[in-house]
Design a protein around this ligand. Structure first.
Ligand code: 0RA
Length: 686
């Protein structure tokens, strides 16, 4: 559908009537100055329409996907342009509004988008920015640009994927305006009023021909906007939902220091206030905040030009090198190392570490699978020397707190040593070797990881059904008994002693923690299959915690999925049907019974468990074990008919807080979270 529409649009663009209108801007002197031959203009405009058509044909290439994630990416894309203005020092506030009609408005107080005739394009610069792919940054003079990964594809992409978009640029006392339909200008840029302010306001309605869902979620937007406010301490960002009458404002004068405190707010810090280090070398400003808590995991979040560099890169390497060298030197110089037999290693200096590294790089080179790994080689030594020098000064200045940190690192080294011994022991027993796969694993027959998948199944009985129901050629089944260990509260040697976890590691075959190697994974898809009840959701969270903390690359590579067993069973006579959500149940009951009173039925079934009327029996589906192998295959395992949810991490800092809340020591925040989210827990994504 999208395709045919764009083709029509392209044809329309060639028409002479439209061409005439576009080259005669009437309202604005500046625009009249640059008169351009009509032929050239139409050549340009065809070029533009081809670009827009390409975006509409393959939206995923530009924004990742057309699900909720891609939808929200549209907002980030517009906001990123305002962030560029802020990084240049021209913008102090950004206001984001979810409007009643489903559109979103982003307004900033930057310089406004220029509107004069663009020399080579022959049209208003504003129109060029809004309609030409990658034009956004062309004449932007700010030196640190947002352009990593999917970021920085340009606001023209948002325009192309919107049913309509309106932009106002406030500059030189005028309000300039243009409106577009699916990326095409309706008329030339015009002046619609006077103003004393400066800035840009963009409002767009995502195209429902492109996006599966077009409803923006407040909390999803809030996560990214909060992150941006932490990273840009002078910036005030507001988010308003006109539908819900709900508003939140993000402004953190403490910047990334407050960010670190926010990440750790459920943990106990070893020092009073995060260590804050800032410096600049070779046009590369470096800012780091870090502290230690009493947990066993490390949490380092790295940003380049406000983009989360999930895959790390040279800045992270430089940071780790500085941390290891500086803390190690200090430990020895201050005679804090008691047990001389154990040597401190890099990992030991990162146990319980929470850090945010934010740097600005004029011409960042992004590499890696998701283009979120910084490649600039000069950055390593810049970060290393700024951190090394300033951390040394901090340690000398705060001997008591420094001692607490070093002691924590030494305990980590001792635990690592104990873990190594435990591992050696199990190795000798051959337990972690692939030649010794867990007995209860029903492996698949093919050996090709790309096509093989493994189901981690809750309970032996569901595991049994899954073993019978599966396609044994490419589906492996690993039944798990009861609840696995909560890794959030355990050190490595305890984790490695746990039978269920050992079985998972061994079956997956790619190792654990720092020695995890994605290339050795034995399955392309890891599918978690649990009952759709409270216990099932707890086991799923335990498994996700394990994968998030110790095999995060699996999640980042998009290999972890959650099976979706049906939620209801509808029976009428011999006819039996499984139903996956409440909307679908409502539709089916309507179909079987007629329209009256269906909402009540859904409510009653949801709350009471079962319900019958007119010979229709609707029951809440209790567990995987209720299905025979054939039904399990049809509803939940057959790749042709099943639905599986891919587990993604959009925001690692928020995911970390979530696991800390759900699985950490503190009971109170967990209770609060579960009470607040009880209704939504079924749809939990991390
Ligand atoms: C191009 C050039 C200049 C600013 C911008 C674009 C700009 C774009 C957006 C998008 C949202 N808000 C924005 N604010 C500014 C520089 C203009 C100058 O040199 O005066």
């Amino acid at each position: 559908m999208a395709k045919s529409r764009s083709k029509k649009a392209a044809a329309k663009g060639k028409g002479s009537a439209k061409k005439e209108k576009l080259i005669k801007p009437q309202t604005q002197k500046e625009l009249q100055k640059g008169s351009i031959a009509g032929g050239e203009y139409s050549a340009q405009s065809i070029h533009v329409l081809k670009g827009l058509e390409a975006v509409r044909k393959r939206p995923a290439m530009y924004i990742g996907d057309v699900s909720s994630r891609g939808l929200h990416h549209l907002v980030y894309e517009v906001v990123d342009n305002s962030i560029d203005e802020a990084m240049g020092g021209y913008c102090t506030r950004i206001d984001v509004t979810i409007n009643k009609n489903g559109s979103v408005t982003v307004e900033d107080d930057g310089r406004g988008i220029p509107t004069e005739i663009h020399p080579s394009e022959g049209r208003s610069a504003l129109e060029v920015v809004m309609t030409v792919l990658h034009a956004g940054g062309k004449f932007d003079k700010s030196s640190y640009k947002v352009s990593g990964g999917l970021h920085g594809v340009g606001v023209s992409v948002v325009n192309a994927l919107s049913e309509w978009l309106e932009v106002e640029s406030y500059r030189d006392g005028q309000v300039y305006f243009q409106k577009y339909k699916r990326g095409e200008p309706e008329e030339p840029v015009k002046v619609i009023g006077k103003t004393a302010k400066h800035g840009t306001k963009t409002t767009f309605l995502p195209d429902s021909d492109i996006f599966k869902k077009t409803v923006f979620k407040f909390d999803t937007l809030a996560e990214r906007l909060r992150e941006l406010a932490f990273l840009n301490k002078d910036l005030v960002i507001t988010l308003k939902d006109e539908k819900e009458n709900h508003e939140e404002s993000f402004h953190f004068e403490g910047g990334i220091v407050e960010f670190v405190q926010y990440i750790d707010d459920k943990r106990k810090s070893l020092i009073k206030k995060p260590i804050y280090i800032t410096g600049e070398m070779e046009n590369t400003p470096v800012e780091v905040a870090l502290q230690y808590n009493d947990s066993y995991s490390d949490n380092i979040f790295t940003y380049v030009n406000n983009i989360n560099t999930h895959e790390g890169g040279t800045h992270l390497v430089g940071f780790k090198a500085a941390l290891t060298r500086t803390l190690n030197n200090y430990a020895f110089k201050s005679n804090l190392v008691k047990n001389k037999k154990i040597s401190l290693q890099g990992d030991d200096f990162r146990e319980g570490l929470t850090a945010v590294i934010s740097i600005k790089v004029p011409e960042p080179q992004f590499e890696g699978q998701t283009k979120t790994k910084l490649g600039n080689s000069e950055t390593k030594s810049i970060v290393e020397s700024i951190i090394g020098e300033n951390l040394r000064l901090w340690l000398e200045d705060k001997p008591n707190e420094a001692k607490r940190i070093i002691e924590k690192c030494m305990r980590a080294a001792e635990a690592r040593e104990a873990a190594r011994q435990a591992r050696d022991l199990t190795r000798r027993k051959n337990a972690l070797e692939i030649s010794n796969l867990p007995g209860k694993l029903a492996d698949c027959s093919i050996n090709d990881p790309e096509h093989a998948e493994i189901y981690l199944v809750e309970g032996d009985s569901a595991g049994g059904s899954a073993k019978q129901g599966r396609d044994r050629r490419f589906q492996a089944i690993l039944p798990l008994k009861g609840k696995i260990l909560n890794v959030e509260k355990a050190r490595m040697h305890k984790i490695l002693e746990n039978d269920e976890i050992k079985a998972i590691f061994t079956a997956l075959g790619a190792g654990i923690g720092d020695s995890f190697d994605l290339n050795r994974i034995r399955y392309g898809k890891i599918i978690i299959m649990c009952d759709a009840d409270v216990d099932g959701s707890h086991i799923r969270t335990l498994l996700l915690t394990l994968l998030f903390r110790h095999m995060r690359q699996l999640i980042e590579a998009g290999r972890v999925y959650i099976a979706q067993p049906p939620l209801f069973k509808v029976k009428k006579g011999k006819h039996e049907e499984y139903v996956f959500d409440e909307d679908e149940l409502e539709r089916i009951i309507k179909k079987l019974k007629g329209t009256k009173g269906t909402e009540d039925v859904v409510k009653e079934v949801t709350e009471e468990g079962a319900m019958s009327m007119n010979g229709i029996v609707v029951s809440r589906f209790k567990g995987l074990g209720e299905m025979n192998p054939e039904q399990l295959w049809q509803t939940t395992m057959n790749p042709e008919t099943r639905t599986v949810l891919q587990v993604t991490i959009d925001n690692a800092a928020e995911a970390d807080r979530l696991f800390q809340t759900l699985m950490g020591d503190n009971v109170e925040p967990r209770r609060e979270f579960i009470e607040k989210n009880a209704k939504y827990v079924r749809n939990l994504d991390i």
